[in-house]
Design a protein around this ligand. Structure first.
Ligand SMILES: [Fe+2]
Ligand SMILES: [Fe+2]
Length: 314
């Protein structure tokens, strides 16, 4: 049941980024336990209602592209996704290596010397999600080849029933809060814009920056999810760049017929200072619209004056 004016979302997607898993429980920078951040994020997703239909990971899946790190990633993510009936969409990042990524996540063997970009198309109940590989072997910045652009144009030539999400690692937007990252941005972004204009791409999902940010590209909304490992402090004190062990977050993506809502979800729990238990929802659903407004909107409602104590408020 919806309490407000809008219908339920047609699609729900969990957007996670930059897990940077390491093999053998190694810690990132000797400090950050990347598995903890990922596990916390997955646990918070698993409690949501409605559950997501897909988990999208926008790159930098394995910090050093170790095969065992990808195996750990699958061991963490796939059972959770299966339990909620969600697809998993992997995206290549600059820390990933194509051959290892293909072998470990898709059981595909690339021939020696084959450096095929890892681009894939997923159908999530009529919503198309394109995973586009913006990585450059041996570098941290991003590029998209002519062949990839031609492939993408061909994919997008046929609209999907509910449109397309383009998932890539290097977001095609300015980076005013972390100028250092401009050195490792996606190059020649105009070429991508020319392909996307006039298509059914409804949103671009990205990662790479390790903090949440939003913009548009070729008129298309862009949402960048933070990281589940270390994050970038966008307001550090006298630092060119500053990675910190805190503020980890993911983004929930709710798609409606005519819009998309993005919600940043912190990975860490925080101490509750007010709230109602979840069984109150059924009680609120049982009320009429007017009764709900009187109970929950009226300033001198007994739940706000303290006359009714939680739990069992109604
Ligand atoms: Fe990263
Ligand atoms: Fe990255």
């Amino acid at each position: 049941m919806q309490f407000g004016q809008y219908p339920a979302p047609g699609h729900v997607i969990a957007h996670l980024s930059d897990p940077h898993l390491l093999a053998d429980g190694a810690k990132q920078y000797g400090v950050v336990d990347t598995e903890v951040g990922l596990a916390l994020a997955l646990a918070r997703i698993a409690r949501l209602d409605p559950l997501p239909q897909a988990l999208v990971f926008t790159g930098d899946l394995a910090d050093r592209a170790e095969p065992a790190a990808y195996a750990r990633l699958r061991a963490f993510v796939e059972p959770v996704a299966a339990a909620m009936g969600a697809q998993v969409v992997w995206v290549m990042g600059n820390h990933d290596e194509r051959a290892t990524y293909a072998a470990q996540l898709f059981d595909e063997t690339l021939a020696d010397g084959d450096d095929a970009t890892q681009d894939r198309v997923h159908d999530v109940d009529g919503l198309r999600i394109v995973s586009l590989d913006t990585s450059v072997p041996g570098y941290h910045h991003g590029e998209i080849s002519d062949a990839q652009l031609a492939w993408l144009a061909e994919v997008l030539a046929t609209p999907a029933p509910h449109g397309t999400l383009l998932a890539l690692h290097h977001p095609p937007i300015p980076i005013p809060m972390m100028p250092a990252a401009e050195v490792i941005e996606l190059l020649e972004q105009d070429r991508l814009a020319a392909v996307l204009e006039g298509t059914d791409v409804r949103c671009i999902l990205g990662g790479h920056f390790h903090y949440s940010t939003y913009s548009t590209f070729a008129g298309i909304p862009v949402s960048v999810a933070s990281a589940t490992c270390y994050t970038s402090d966008p307001a550090p004190l006298e630092r060119f760049v500053s990675g910190v062990d805190g503020h980890q977050a993911m983004t929930m993506v709710h798609l409606y017929d005519d819009r998309i809502v993005h919600t940043i979800v912190p990975v860490d729990e925080a101490a509750e200072v007010s709230g109602f238990p979840s069984d109150v929802r059924a009680q609120v659903e049982a009320l009429s619209v007017e009764e709900r407004r009187e109970l929950l909107s009226r300033k001198d409602s007994p739940i706000y004056t303290g006359e009714i104590q939680v739990p069992g408020i109604i």
